[in-house]
Each structure stands twice: as C-alpha cells, then as structure tokens.
Design a protein around this ligand. Structure first.
Ligand code: TEU
Ligand code: CA
Length: 533
C-alpha cells in the first residue's frame, strides 16, 4: 500500500486564541502561529488544525461564525492567513481549518435576513417553527449548553432552533441553497490552498424532518449537564447527513483529482463506534477521518483499552483509516484525567497505534486543567451551567513558551490565566530536559517517522493483563513491539520468541531498560517500544 500524506501524518490542534500573541493584546493570532512554525516542525508534527478564525462575535469563541470567507480582526487578515499558509507549506506542514456548518452566529447576515420576516428569501435557511398549542417550544429538544434548544423570536412570532447557544442558530441543511452556499465556502478555502477541514458537529447537521420529542436518557443523573437528560435520537445522526458528507467529500476529492494535492475532511462526531463507522461513508465515501474520541472517554485500564482498540480495528470498513485522539478544546486534558505519569504512557499509546493521531496543543508539555476563578470565566457553557465541571476555559489556557513575562505568549496579560507552574513547565525549559514529557513527545514523533510500522503497519494484540498491554506493529520486514504498564507495580515481561534480543527504541523512563537475559522489567508507569531482530 502506498500511504497518503494524511495517513502517515500527525495532526496538531491549535486553539488560536491561546497559542501565540504577536501584537500585545493578550490574544493569540495568525502572525503568532506563523512565528511558531519552526517550533512545530521541530516537535515533528505534519499538519496543524486551527480552531475557528473567521469573523465572529466570539460568544462561543469562533464557533459562532458571522462571515465564513474572512478572518476575524483579532486573529489578523486574509493576507496574514495566506502568509501563514505559504510559510507552513514551505516547511511541508499541512494546514487544516475548522469548518462550522451546523450553525452560524445570530449576527451572520443570513440569519439577520432570515429573522426579519416570514417571507424573507432566507427564512428557510434556518429552522423556524410555530409555538406548540400551549405557546411553549415546538418540542422537548435541549441545547448542548442546557435549556430548551428553541428560542422565541418576537419579530415574527416563531421559535428558531439552536443545538448550542441561542446566538448559534442551526442552518437548515435540507435547503438546497444552504448546501450550495456552504459548499462554496469550502471551495473558497480549498482554492486558497488549505489542505482540509475539521468539520464541527457533523452528526448534528440534519434533524428528523417532523421534529418528534427526544426520549429520556435512562442513564441520566443530575450533575451530568442538562443536555444529557434526553437522548439526542431525533436531533442528531439522521440518515440524510451521509449524503451531505459525501457531497463534501466530492468537493475535497475534486482537488486531488486535478492534481492539486489531496485535501481531507475530518468529522467531529460523538457517537458509539458502530454509528461512527457510517461516517466513513455508506453508499459513497464520507469523511476521511471520523474523529475517534474513545481514548478520551474510556476507563483507563489495559483490558478496556485492548478491547476498544481491537473492536475499533475490527469495525473499520474496508479502506477505512483509523485515527486516535487524546484531547481537544472541549474536554479535560489528558494529564488531568490520568496524571503526569500516565500522560506519558498515553503519549506512547497515541503515537504507536495504527492510524492518524491528533495532538492537542499543550498536551506535549503535560499541561493540566487550570482552575479559573468564577470572576474570570469566559466559556459560555460554564456560565450557563456553572459548577458542574463542564467549563472549557481550564483546557484553553495560553501556551507557555519560555520563562519570560507571560511565558513568552504575549507582552500583555493573557485573555485566560497561565497555569501556575509555567516558569518550569514551558517549551524552552522542557526542551533542554532529556527527561521531560516534551522530549518524550519529540522522540516519539521522530520514531514514528523513522518507522513506518508505527503509522501504517499492521496492528496485532500480543497480550493483555490487568495492568499490561502489549501489541505488535509490522510493516514489511519491520516488526515492533509496544509494551505499556498502566499501573504502579513493576512487571516482568518475558520476551516473546520472535522478539528475543530485541532492541529498545524508546522508553518513557530512561534509555537503558532493566533487561534480564530472558525478560524485560517494565517499571511503574513505564511504556517501551522494541524492535525485533
Ligand atoms: O463541540 C461539539 C460538542 O458536541 C461538544 O460540545 C460535545 O458535546 C462535548 O464536548 C462533549 O463533552 C463543537 C466544538 O468543538 C465546541 O467547541 C463548540 O462549542 C460546539 O461544537 C458548537 O460549535
Ligand atoms: Ca493578538
């Protein structure tokens, strides 16, 4: 098999407000990212995905788009973007943008028109419904951020639907003009040279045509967040979404077909694995990579992980390429979920599984969630349902680059506070420390590029015990063994026959493992990669 660029690539997610500020306003921006491109190639990633950068009132920090074909002034200009793209491409770095097709900002001119009058030509670009007989919302659907998903609008006396904030009205993707307009947006950025899109809430895009009530969630407990009170049976994952994904895929593929480089689509989808697989495409190809978030949600033990990995591998459709994710801008950070020692083991897992890994900025430093004082909270989700631990500011804090003022992120006070130990936990300090998690990430990324077995090789489970997971990766004559200790206790690991006398390529601990003549000693929270001779 000849691998395509996105199959061997490691993707790095940048939350642009928090990566690098270039103009001293405390908010990261495009010129800032451009200044850090050498850091990214030095780390060893192949592609960056930048969370939304289009003009936005920033009620949901860019996931409320007011103009799909421009750049928000706080991030820069289209010229800055073109410059960033050019400089990234010169270094062989691909650039993926965040595409938010499910909803716009309520300030988008389309919605301003739509809400103006019932007979406005853009009326049906959004989802408008009369009140129920009792004057209440048309059905029981709940917004992801809590409360009814329906907002009463005085101007025309109807409700509109918003799966997220009321400032994020959902587009009506059943309308052909909406499809055409949004497909044009994709072409606008593809024509500029972007290498792909991460598609926001792809599984939300189509809703059941007759809007039936959603059933209650039998597993709901107070404190989970109100959205979990109901199952999103009718409001998400409708069959028609696959036709739309395929149409998007056709657009992406048309660039590759013209010799303009293969462009890719990644779908953000929170669904069980069997449903997730449909997004690879049913009758026609869907997205290249439906995000696989299992490592974020899973119980962290060897057996659970082994089962999840093998089940996922087995569920993949023919030609379906796997992918793995440890964190993103919506979920608690891996170091907080698992602790510093396991965050290192998790890094080895992420970067030795078959498929395309996505790293979340700062996880390579072992950043933890930062406690945000109530008065400083920015995330609308926390403001809507405070105190449930759903707030996302803690995982969106500024990238610490060095020990200078504001960690080299900005010359001004950053928009969110830095983590407390930034003077030691920063890129400059950790680059010089051979024992740092950053050094581990660098070495893992280099190893992955040197050994195709790690990215595109076959995967085979070798053994699993309570705390130990061992698997093999093979490509042509290259055979690697990965062994991970998820526990505190050391384990004695007998060499499998074929790995006898294997060479240690990497350990989370030190370069010299505690090898005996017929076994390897895996220390507390240690993971290793070996090459069979
Ligand atoms: O997130 C969608 C989304 O579904 C998450 O809110 C998810 O429900 C949650 O993380 C699961 O715990 C996307 C973006 O990533 C998020 O930042 C936006 O706020 C949201 O869409 C609306 O655009
Ligand atoms: Ca700035």
């Amino acid at each position: 098999m000849t691998a395509l660029w996105w199959q061997t690539a490691v993707i790095y997610q940048i939350y642009p407000r928090s990566f690098q500020d270039s103009n001293g306003d405390g908010i990261g921006d495009l010129q800032g990212i451009a200044q850090r491109l050498d850091d990214l190639t030095g780390l060893g990633v192949d592609a960056i995905w930048i969370s939304p950068i289009s003009p936005s009132p920033m009620v949901d920090f860019g996931y409320d788009v007011a103009d799909y074909c421009d750049i928000d002034p706080c991030f820069g200009t289209l010229a800055d973007f073109d410059g960033l793209l050019r400089q990234a491409h010169r270094r062989g770095l691909k650039v993926l943008l965040d595409f938010v097709p499910n909803h716009t900002s309520d300030q988008h001119p389309w919605f301003v028109e739509s809400r103006a009058a019932k007979d406005n030509p853009k009326r049906d670009w959004y989802i408008w419904r009369d009140a129920a007989a009792d004057g209440g919302a048309p059905n029981n659907w709940i917004s992801d951020f809590g409360g009814s998903a329906w907002q009463w609008d005085e101007i025309t006396g109807q409700y509109y639907y918003h799966a997220f904030l009321k400032e994020q009205p959902d587009l009506n993707w059943r309308h052909p003009d909406v499809q055409a307009a949004m497909f044009d947006v994709m072409r606008f950025w593809f024509d500029r040279g972007v290498d792909g899109f991460r598609i926001d809430v792809l599984w939300h895009m189509v809703k059941a045509a007759d809007f039936p009530d959603n059933p209650p969630n039998p597993d709901y407990r107070p404190g989970m967040g109100e959205m979990h009170r109901l199952l999103q049976l009718h409001s998400t994952d409708q069959p028609e979404v696959h036709g739309i994904a395929s149409a998007m895929r056709d657009i992406a593929d048309s660039y590759g077909a013209r010799g303009l480089g293969e462009r890719i689509l990644i779908g953000e989808i929170y669904l069980p694995v069997d449903r997730l697989m449909h997004y690879y495409g049913l009758k026609r190809p869907g997205v290249h990579l439906p995000f696989n978030f299992q490592l974020i949600d899973m119980k962290w033990d060897a057996r659970t992980l082994a089962a999840a990995i093998t089940d996922y591998e087995a569920a993949l459709p023919r030609d379906g390429w796997p992918n793995w994710v440890l964190g993103n801008h919506d979920r608690p950070r891996v170091a907080t979920r698992l602790g510093q020692a396991q965050a290192r083991v998790a890094a080895v897992l992420l970067l030795t599984l078959r498929g395309t890994p996505t790293l979340y900025y700062g996880d390579e430093l072992g950043l933890s969630d930062v406690r945000i004082e109530p008065a400083q909270v920015k995330d609308p989700r926390e403001l809507r349902e405070p105190g449930l631990g759903l707030g996302r500011d803690p995982v969106r804090t500024p990238m610490p680059w060095d020990g200078s003022d504001n960690a080299g992120f900005s010359t001004a006070k950053p928009w969110l506070p830095l983590h407390a130990d930034w003077r030691t936990r920063n890129v400059a300090r950790m680059t010089d420390d051979p024992g740092s998690i950053l050094t581990l990430y660098r070495r893992l990324l280099a190893l992955r590029h040197e050994h195709p077995a790690l990215s595109i090789g076959d995967f085979a489970l070798v053994s699993v015990e309570d705390e130990l997971l061992i698997y093999a990766r093979r490509h042509e004559s290259q055979l690697l063994l990965v062994a991970l200790n998820f526990g505190e206790r050391p384990h004695r690991l007998p060499w499998p026959d074929w790995a006898h006398g294997g060479r240690l390529l990497l350990s989370t601990h030190e370069d010299t493992p505690l090898a005996e003549h017929d076994a390897l000693l895996l220390r507390s929270h240690e993971a290793v990669v070996l090459e069979a001779r």
